[in-house]
Ligand binder design. Structure first.
Ligand SMILES: Nc1ncnc2c1ncn2[C@@H]1O[C@H](COP(=O)(O)OP(=O)(O)O)[C@@H](O)[C@H]1O
Ligand SMILES: [Mg+2]
Length: 237
């Protein structure tokens, strides 16, 4: 299968600190990937480069047939807004907007959608994460697990090819952790390519492929033949 994401010898420095070292990576459409490694190993930096939120110093990067190494800020933000959905550990919701307004945010870049169409898409997305009845609530009125569901609804509202999640369950209890993870697995089954940073090994084992980073290097990159994918009823298959 044709790679969706190709990094070739990518290096990243923060001042003099060499944070990512010769990262070469091919990711295909439909993969569910866990990026693991100790704190400070470079996981978030790598995800941010893949997700076009951070630049790099050496190497090249192709995303969805675009040579992004040569892109300017405007081209990067268009590519990002059309094709990528981000989910963060701390949800990154805007407190003084309603749940529905938060979910609509990524669609503001789609000039071709009317306000009515934007609302319709956001409501559909909230329904997909089981929160249709909370559209007029403010984020603070929801539990942590519900807030992360809103963030996921926002990440999928533009039907992105790729979902990037940086420790999405890091602030959740184990029950919510599990339900958010099942939701990500469901999105993957529906076709989304997902790259997930986690240092919870119990979550990584659900993924098809586990890439381990240590001190800025890829230490291992292996298919997880024992991936325990479950459907939303929790039944193994
Ligand atoms: N914006 C930044 N400025 C300077 N140093 C940074 C920045 N972001 C990350 N770093 C450093 O880069 C290294 C890797 O960080 P990070 O990618 O966040 O690791 P991880 O997500 O694996 O914990 C760490 O040493 C961190 O302190
Ligand atoms: Mg991190």
């Amino acid at each position: 299968m044709k790679p969706f994401i190709t990094l070739n010898k990518v290096n990243k420095f923060f001042n003099k600190q060499h944070v990512l070292k010769d990262i070469s990576l091919n990711i295909s459409q439909g993969e569910l990937i866990a990026l693991t490694g100790a704190s400070g190993s470079g996981k978030s930096t790598l995800l941010s480069i893949i997700g076009l939120l951070e630049n790099f110093d050496q190497g090249s990067y192709q995303l969805l047939n675009h040579e992004v190494t040569k892109f300017d800020e405007l081209q990067l933000s268009l590519l990002r807004n059309k094709n990528l959905g981000w989910i963060f550990q701390n949800f990154n919701l805007i407190d003084d907007m309603t749940v529905l307004e938060n979910v609509i945010l990524p669609l503001r870049y789609y000039k071709e959608l009317s306000v009515t169409q934007q609302k319709k898409a956001a409501k559909k997305s909230l329904k997909a994460v089981g929160l249709a009845e909370y559209e007029n609530s403010k984020p603070a009125q929801l539990s942590g697990g519900q807030q992360q569901r809103v963030a996921i609804a926002r990440a999928i509202v533009n039907k992105p090819e790729i979902i990037l999640a940086d420790e999405p369950t890091g602030n959740l209890d184990s029950e919510n952790q599990d339900s958010i993870f099942q939701l990500l697995i469901e999105l993957n089954k529906q076709g989304s390519t997902i790259i997930l940073v986690t240092h919870a090994n119990e979550l990584a084992r659900y993924c098809d492929r586990i890439i381990n980073i240590k001190d800025g290097y890829i230490m291992s990159d292996s298919l997880n033949n024992n991936a325990i994918k479950q459907n939303s009823n929790g039944v193994n298959h």
